[in-house]
Design a protein around this ligand. Structure first.
Ligand code: NAD
Length: 258
């Protein structure tokens, strides 16, 4: 029998595509589409037999949450009460929410990723290794670009890239990450990791990692052409979680990327 799926943030840019593509995903049946009470599409049918609601349905086996951190607490409580698996794509979680997510993952299977695309998860696995191979004389800067509606900055994806680089090169995120540059005393300090956020138009998501030294530059670019790349990754994660043991899984686990 197909797992009963709830999408949280179902009226949003990601949520709407999740609701649509869930209909053609084997092993999942959409039973709930949750969004805030004031959402203009409240009460409308978003999928056959499913209307957008500010309430969770009575039962579910799996939840996919692409909302805002404000929504995530209710999602975690619902998953705990239902013993439902969770795919969490929402970025900008507080430390307390990250703790609550770890606690939930001791009870149910959870897949979390700041970026659900296969290509980006390949980069998560390699950007740190490249930094380590190039060595200390290469300056590293991350530039991310997103649409004008994105609330958090830098993107969760950019932070994950930074975490991977820090972890493989012995840098410390809290000490070495430098957000933007401004003013007369903005000279680059060796060993720092620059982070820059561009917000413009309807850019779905562009991430660049720049490795540069005197004489040469390597730039790795990832461009998301549409949100469906993340949506398909999230649905694949939900399928993969069915029947899995409790635990906090990454997209690399889901995709089998070493
Ligand atoms: P959006 O603003 O278009 O949609 C968010 C939706 O969540 C809105 O409809 C909003 O009304 C709803 N919402 C807000 N508070 C809520 C609450 N308390 N309960 C239920 N619903 C609530 O944003 P988006 O572009 O669809 O992105 C949503 C989230 O997904 C963001 O955190 C974004 O950073 C993240 N995201 C993650 C990935 C990934 O691959 N992991 C990819 C794209 C976006």
């Amino acid at each position: 029998m197909a797992a009963k799926l709830v999408v949280v943030g179902a009226g949003g840019r990601m949520g709407q595509r999740l609701v649509t593509l869930a209909q053609e995903t084997d092993g999942l049946t959409l039973v709930g589409a949750v969004d805030v009470g004031g959402h203009p599409k409240q009460g409308t049918e978003v999928s056959p037999g499913v209307t957008l609601s500010d309430q969770f349905p009575e039962t579910a086996d799996m939840v996919i949450d692409f909302s805002l951190p404000e929504g995530t607490d209710k999602t975690l409580a619902f998953c705990a009460a239902q013993n439902a698996g969770l795919v969490l794509g929402t970025t900008g979680l507080s430390d307390a929410q990250k703790d609550a997510l770890r606690a939930l993952s001791r009870q149910v299977p959870v897949a979390q990723a700041t970026n659900m695309s296969v290509g980006m998860n390949t980069l998560f696995a390699t950007v740190g290794k490249i930094a380590k191979m190039l060595g200390e004389d290469y300056d590293i800067e991350i530039v991310e670009q997103h649409h004008r509606f994105k609330k958090d900055a830098p993107s969760g994806t950019a932070l994950s890239l930074a975490e991977a680089i820090c972890s493989d090169t012995g840098r410390d995120m809290s000490r070495d990450l430098v957000h933007g540059r401004d003013g007369k005393e903005a000279l680059r300090k060796k060993g720092t990791l620059g982070m820059h956020a561009v917000r413009a138009g309807d850019i779905v998501g562009i991430h660049s990692v720049i490795y540069s030294t005197l004489g040469e530059t390597i730039t790795i670019n990832h461009t998301a052409h549409s949100r469906d790349t993340f949506v398909r990754g999230a649905l694949r994660a939900a399928q993969w979680l069915i029947g899995k043991s409790p635990g906090l899984y990454s997209l690399r686990d889901v995709l089998g990327i070493e």
